[in-house]
Design a protein around this ligand. Structure first.
Ligand code: CUA
Length: 155
């Protein structure tokens, strides 16, 4: 079958692009440990105020020194805030929302998850250097969305 030269060029170009895009997914998954979430946990968002973990979200230090931080996102703040954390220790954030969908992005790290009412989003990260990070909400959640920020202080 005869295929025109230009047609052949474009077929190869499309093939190269597909390989390139799939390669980008594999590269980010392997090199930067970006993965789809593998954790499904639900709760009743209407009872958050009396929830044992999220009612008064408090940082818990495990016996091995690692840390678990429950976080409630709500219009238009994060609780607790600021979050004080140790460096060089695995920190597991357990994030949920009290109202609408919010974002939970710790600027300068690869922590970037959604806070969804009714669900607990869990992500673990180790901060290697002390310093401050801004927590930004990156899902449009209402009039004061742009002002919804928090702070992580790594010591
Ligand atoms: Cu919360 Cu935007």
């Amino acid at each position: 079958m005869h295929i025109d030269l230009y047609e052949r060029i474009w077929m190869w170009a499309a093939g190269v692009l597909i390989v390139l895009f799939l390669g980008a997914i594999v590269a980010t998954a392997a090199a930067q440990a970006i993965q789809p979430p593998g954790h499904v946990e639900t709760l009743d968002p209407t009872t958050i105020a009396s929830h044992p973990e999220f009612g008064t979200p408090t940082l818990v230090t495990r016996p091995d020194g690692s840390v678990v931080v429950p976080v409630v996102a709500g219009m238009f703040s994060f609780t607790p805030d600021p979050i004080e954390l140790p460096a060089h220790m695995p920190v597991t954030f357990r994030v949920t929302s009290a109202d609408v969908v919010h974002g939970f992005q710790i600027v300068g790290t690869n922590v970037n998850v959604m806070a969804i009412p009714g669900y607990v989003t869990q992500v673990t990260v180790t901060f290697e250097t002390p310093g401050e990070h801004t927590i930004a909400c990156n899902e449009y959640c209402g009039l004061m969305h742009h002002a919804m920020v928090g702070k992580v202080v790594v010591k």
